[in-house]
Design a protein around this ligand. Structure first.
Ligand SMILES: Nc1nc2c(c(=O)[nH]1)N[C@H]1C(S)=C(S)[C@@H](COP(=O)(O)OP(=O)(O)OC[C@H]3O[C@@H](n4cnc5c(=O)[nH]c(N)nc54)[C@H](O)[C@@H]3O)O[C@H]1N2
Ligand SMILES: Nc1nc2c(c(=O)[nH]1)N[C@H]1C(S)=C(S)[C@@H](COP(=O)(O)OP(=O)(O)OC[C@H]3O[C@@H](n4cnc5c(=O)[nH]c(N)nc54)[C@H](O)[C@@H]3O)O[C@H]1N2
Ligand code: SF4
Ligand SMILES: [Mo]
Length: 702
């Protein structure tokens, strides 16, 4: 039989590269880039080529429902049928619901940028619970809250291909996003300029015309100084500011506090370099490419707002070569829209009970970005029963025992539950703690239509093969569980009005007029859109934040270590989350090729610091922070890529092969085991510090 080549989309990371999947005799034999995809244009990476295929065919993949047989966390399971599994889950959810009330049920997923987040949320809402967790407080949450508060609406619409200058802030595209990286290299080739802000040297810093190395967590002072310089030089966009912004005078007055000289003091970056950066940015069109390096910390929203206001006053908003506002096909229903649609909501008084909504209303609950919870508040509730008990959980598409800070506490919370159900295609440390493991399809076995803001286009991931074993997709599982709960009179209202995922996809596409056939034929569909599309004013000064008692203007907020007294004996500043090409967070750790590329968790350290600490490359150390319960084992790499006094590591480590450890290394080799999750929190997004923390190291045996 001839090979079939199926145009699809890789969804192993948020880049969503267009892919071509070759199937021979019912088996996927090759995954390659689709050069016709409007955004990725042939960019691709090893995770998409090998990770997805090997993950689908790996021997250790759970292919049948598994019920715990040993003690919780012992990792002993027995195969059961889907019927038994669904009844077992429904019985437990119904029992907990009856005993402790609907909000005692919760869920966890990575986010609702894809449909599995929608299904998880709507399933819990159907059960009567507003409680579901996303990991975006650790990811892109601060940028998202700022984006909403200012009204910019630019989440991931960087028009690098038409820009004259790219301002790359806390973003490492060569590792994190090959499509963005390709576009930046092309920009440079055609004579465009790059300004990079990163305390560490990454490939984009080497490509940059100006590389600023701020002390971690201080970037907002640079953005404020750039705003000040643009205003002072008169090279901001006066027409745009007048027509489409509010609060310009107040912003200008705030920014006037940040002369380049003052910003230099606050950040450690020479004043001349800040001016050079502002000059390049002013010579646009210029695009802001902001990454995780300015997110996921306790001053993240204020930092993001400073850069977002820079985009607005410079007029680089929704214009060619700038930051495009969110575009979608007319009539298409996106995931966030569905979450916020009154047709799929619980009564307001129930949604107000969302854990964390009282403290972080811009993040959690009915008014929040994705309407999810504040995670540390949920973990607290699992452990203490306060403000009310959370006793059963459904987890899909996250590995929270590894990826949430304070691993020990997360694990204790999971163990304290009456019932834990994990939907997965890998036996992760989180799955090993479950009472019930449900086998999940992979990106080669299911269909998904997604909005791709960077295209902009719609992407289609289409099933290339039927599910292996008895794996099922997130829709099927959520649908089946709602039905079983309904049989037990244990739902509040069925808020998932579709019977199949096809019906759901048809619902999202219906009014857009884009036929599924177009998506199936190409793997994507483009749509017409307009630039310069404004319907309301951009809030440089935010009335909403003022009403919440929060700072209505962006500002430099000193990082925690400068704001709050720190215990003695922690001399180093820690950066976590450095992306590696062979891993996606905690994924692919079981794959030999990935482990060959990156065998150990590494701690980068400047030669001066290494000398002072008495360590050398390949030494093993145990790292500790003041707020962590445990330590993390790391291998030293001495390099001047990092500033003196700053150490940098990745994230997501666990050891699938360490079968003598029930948590497979999650509490020994995982940086989150050495970090706390108890705040301080960003007052707007509730994000905790995942970077810029103080730490110390001790040499240990290899
Ligand atoms: N290969 C691979 N790709 C991935 C992922 C993966 O795990 N593996 N994960 C995906 C996900 S979910 C995300 S969120 C993205 C994250 O990818 P990016 O958005 O690129 O974020 P990071 O790699 O966390 O950090 C980017 C840079 O910020 C710098 N940085 C740290 N602190 C500061 C600071 O205070 N100021 C400034 N200016 N810079 C700082 C770091 O040194 C780093 O080089 O990557 C995505 N892509
Ligand atoms: N200290 C520290 N902690 C961090 C970070 C950091 O920089 N520093 N980064 C944070 C960031 S940016 C992020 S995004 C998070 C990532 O945290 P996670 O989302 O927990 O990370 P992954 O390892 O990608 O976990 C996804 C899990 O879900 C499974 N999975 C993948 N796709 C699917 C699917 O389609 N359906 C289902 N059901 N399962 C699927 C995978 O097999 C994997 O086990 O970690 C955060 N944690
Ligand atoms: S960057 Fe790699 S993992 Fe991410 S979508 Fe593209 S091919 Fe897949
Ligand atoms: Mo992320």
């Amino acid at each position: 039989m001839a090979d079939a080549i199926i145009p699809s989309t890789c969804v192993e990371c948020a880049t969503h590269c267009g892919s071509l999947v070759t199937v021979r005799d019912g088996t996927v034999v090759d995954i390659a880039p689709n050069p016709k995809h409007p955004f990725s244009q042939g960019a691709f990476c090893i995770k998409g080529i090998r990770g997805l295929k090997d993950g689908t065919y790996q021997e250790s993949r759970p292919l049948h429902p598994l019920k715990r047989t040993g003690a919780r966390g012992e990792g002993k399971f027995a195969r059961i049928s889907w019927d038994e599994a669904l009844d077992y889950a429904a019985e437990n959810f119904a029992r907990v619901r009856a005993e402790y009330g609907p909000p005692s049920l919760c869920g966890a997923v990575s986010n609702a940028n894809q449909s599995r987040g929608v299904f998880l949320c709507l399933m819990l809402r159907s059960f009567g619970s507003p409680n579901w967790m996303i990991n975006q407080d650790l990811c892109t949450g601060c940028r998202a809250v700022s984006d909403r508060a200012t009204g910019l609406g630019i989440h991931f619409g960087e028009d690098i291909r038409n820009a004259a200058c790219a301002l790359v802030v806390g973003r490492n595209p060569s590792a994190a996003d090959p499509a963005q990286w390709l576009a930046l290299k092309e920009l440079k080739k055609r004579g465009g300029r790059i300004v990079a802000l990163d305390p560490a040297r990454t490939p984009v810093c080497e490509l940059a015309d100006v590389w600023l190395r701020p002390r971690p967590g201080t970037d907002a002072a640079i953005a404020m100084a750039m705003i000040h310089w643009l205003i002072e030089q008169g090279c901001y966009d006066k027409d745009f500011v007048q027509t489409w912004t509010v609060g310009f005078d107040k912003l200008a007055a705030r920014a006037a506090n940040y002369t380049p000289a003052r910003a230099a003091e606050l950040t450690g970056v020479p004043a001349d370099d800040i001016i050079a950066a502002a000059r390049h940015y002013a010579d646009g069109p210029a695009v802001l490419v902001a990454g995780h390096g300015i997110d996921a910390f306790s001053a993240g929203v204020q930092t993001a707002r400073a850069f977002h206001c820079l985009v607005a006053v410079s007029g680089n908003l929704d214009r060619k070569g700038g930051n495009r506002r969110n575009k979608k096909p007319n009539g298409f229903r996106g995931t966030l829209e569905i979450l916020h649609d009154p047709a799929f909501r619980l009564p307001l008084e129930i949604e107000k009970q969302t854990l964390g909504a009282d403290k972080y209303p811009l993040w959690a609950g009915p008014e929040g970005w994705q309407t999810a919870c504040h995670n540390p508040t949920v973990i607290e509730a699992m452990l203490t029963g306060k403000p009310y008990p959370v006793r059963a959980m459904y987890v899909s598409g996250v590995n929270i025992a590894v990826t949430y800070p304070d691993t020990q506490r997360t694990v204790a919370a999971l163990k304290a539950l009456d019932f834990l159900c994990v939907v997965t295609s890998t036996m992760t440390p989180t799955a090993l703690l479950a009472d019930l493991v449900l086998p999940k399809t992979t990106g080669l076995e299911e269909d998904e239509v997604m909005l791709q803001p960077a295209g902009p286009c719609l992407d289609y991931m289409q099933a290339a093969i039927p599910p292996r074993g008895e794996a099922r997709d997130d829709f099927w599982i959520a649908r089946a569980l709602i039905d079983r709960m309904a049989e037990r009179q244990s739902i509040t209202r069925d808020l998932m009005p579709w019977r199949t995922k096809r019906e759901y996809i048809a619902y999202t596409l219906k009014e857009s007029g884009i036929p599924l056939e177009t998506l199936a034929a190409q793997g994507f569909a483009t749509f017409p859109y307009r630039l310069g599309n404004f319907d309301r004013k951009i809030e440089l000064y935010s009335e909403k934040l003022a009403k919440l008692g929060l700072d209505p203007l962006p500002d430099h907020v000193p990082p925690t270590r400068e704001r709050i007294a720190q215990p003695d004996g922690f001399p180093l500043v820690l950066l976590t989350g450095a992306r590696e090409k062979s891993y996606h967070h905690s994924r692919f750790r079981e794959m030999a090729w990935a482990r060959k590329v990156s065998p150990d968790p590494v701690l980068q350290m400047n030669p001066d610091t290494a000398r002072a600490e008495g360590v050398a490359t390949d030494d093993w150390v145990a790292l500790e922070t003041p707020s962590g319960q445990g330590t993390c084992r790391l291998r030293i790499k001495v390099t001047d890529d990092v500033l003196p006094g700053v150490v940098r590591t990745g994230m997501g480590w666990w050891l699938p092969e360490a079968t003598d450890d029930p948590l497979r290394g999650a509490t020994t080799i995982n940086i989150n085991a050495a970090m706390g999750y108890a705040g301080p929190y960003d007052p707007m997004s509730g994000s905790a510090d995942t970077r810029g923390l103080m730490c110390r190291i001790k040499r240990i045996a290899a």
